[in-house]
Design a binder for this molecule. Structure first.
Ligand code: COA
Length: 372
């Protein structure tokens, strides 16, 4: 079976940065306005006042201090608290396709591959801006022939997408696979939900997978193995979908956006991630001490520190489990790939690491790589 390498990665970061203070100011302005509007009902004990948010809580509970979004103004406007992303005509490039091309250019340049060299495109992310035609097929017209499709495994989309690309190359149905993760999480985030308004940011990552013998870059990352796991849970859920119009009573309700039981997610997912990576390493005759780096899903700093500590059996050095969520927040499937993109070039030949994502489903995916 042919060996497969990650020969390039790319990252697109939207220009709109939002600090915790800015986000909290907008949230609290909305809370104060609502409480003022409802002051009589609140005074009469008929209504609970809404609670304010705080930057200190956000940083302590999550490690997040900043996020980037496609549109800042709409998110920070207490009247709307929704990103303003105008619809485009069918003749214009879609927003997700545009983000994906930015990230793809970086991955192709790193691999020294021209756009026509790609023969399969996978768009893997939590939310597609339309059901069809596939975003991947739209991207394809700017690159080459071959074929493309969209897939969604929420926060684990990228690792599941890598597995799909590796399988395609190993089976001979593709030689070069571009896997992209255009995440516009601000579109599904309820910026009026105090428990989660700070969680997400937007970004797009790209990964180029190639058959090792045709790769021009000789210092890429050989994929030693992929391992996927899913188990049904309602603790992270979004009921938005094409059947919503079939029952008007539910349209616009909070469950048509991201909803989670964060505490339960934390408690249930962390041990499973540790077991998942340990089992995966064992199947490759490796142990955690063989790993130079853990590029973990970037949702919560405490979660990542716990996973790294349990896996390594000691406190991890900061460089062993790099953190990007402080700057980017949770960018869903893009998170572990941003960590890999920004913190992998210093590895030496033979060094090994694991890219691991976890999220809704539940779903966990791991990709063990070795620097060439
Ligand atoms: N500002 C200030 N205080 C807040 C707040 C906010 N925005 N949101 C919640 N609080 C308060 C709560 O009211 C609660 O107060 P109480 O103890 O007096 O009742 C307290 O802070 C703790 O709230 P809780 O929601 O239990 O916080 P937490 O420590 O569990 O942190 C998360 C919340 C979401 C950051 C954390 O659970 C998490 O990251 N979980 C995993 C999420 C994840 O990975 N999801 C995957 C998504 S794809």
């Amino acid at each position: 079976m042919p060996e497969v390498v990650i020969s390039g990665t790319g990252l697109y970061t939207p220009p709109g940065a939002i600090s915790n203070d800015e986000l909290v100011n907008a949230f609290n302005a909305w809370v104060d306005r609502e409480n003022e509007k409802n002051k009589e009902a609140i005074a009469a004990g008929e209504l609970e006042p809404l609670a304010r948010s705080s930057s200190d809580f956000i940083e302590k509970a999550s490690g997040i201090v900043n996020r980037y979004v496609v549109n800042r103004e709409g998110v920070l406007d207490p009247q709307s608290m929704v990103p303003r992303i105008p619809e485009r005509s069918n003749e214009d490039i879609s927003v997700q396709c545009e983000m994906a091309l930015h990230a793809a250019r970086g991955a192709l340049a790193q691999a020294r591959v021209g756009p026509s060299g790609v023969d399969m495109i996978i768009v893997a992310c939590s939310n597609m801006q339309r059901p069809y035609p596939a975003i991947a097929v739209e991207i394809q017209q700017f690159l080459s022939g071959g074929y493309g499709y969209d897939m969604n495994v929420a926060c684990s989309s990228a690792t599941f997408g890598i597995q799909a690309g590796v399988d395609a190359i190993r089976s001979g149905s593709a030689k070069r696979v571009l896997m992209v993760n255009p995440e516009i999480c601000s579109g599904h985030l309820n910026f009026r939900d105090r428990d989660s308004h700070f969680i997400f940011g937007d970004a797009c990552t790209a990964v180029l997978l190639e058959r090792e013998d045709i790769a021009r870059r000789k210092d890429g990352y050989r994929v030693l193995g992929c391992h996927l796991w899913t188990q049904f849970s309602n603790n992270i859920r979004n009921n938005f979908g094409f059947l919503n119009r079939a029952d008007e009573t539910g349209v616009g309700k909070p469950d048509k956006l991201f909803v989670q039981n964060g505490r339960k997610v934390f408690k249930e997912v962390c041990p499973q991630v540790v077991k998942h990576i340990s089992d995966h390493l064992e199947s490759l005759a490796l142990t955690p001490s063989d790993l130079s780096r853990l590029w973990l899903h970037q949702a919560n700093l405490n979660m990542n520190q716990l996973v790294a500590r349990k896996l390594l059996g000691r406190e991890p050095e900061p460089r062993e489990a790099p953190v990007i969520l402080n700057e980017y927040a949770n960018t869903s499937s893009a998170g572990s790939i941003i960590a890999f993109h920004k913190h992998s070039l210093d590895l030496k030949a033979g060094d090994k690491g694991v890219i691991c994502s976890f999220g809704a489903g539940y779903s966990i995916g791991s990709v063990v790589v070795e620097k060439q």
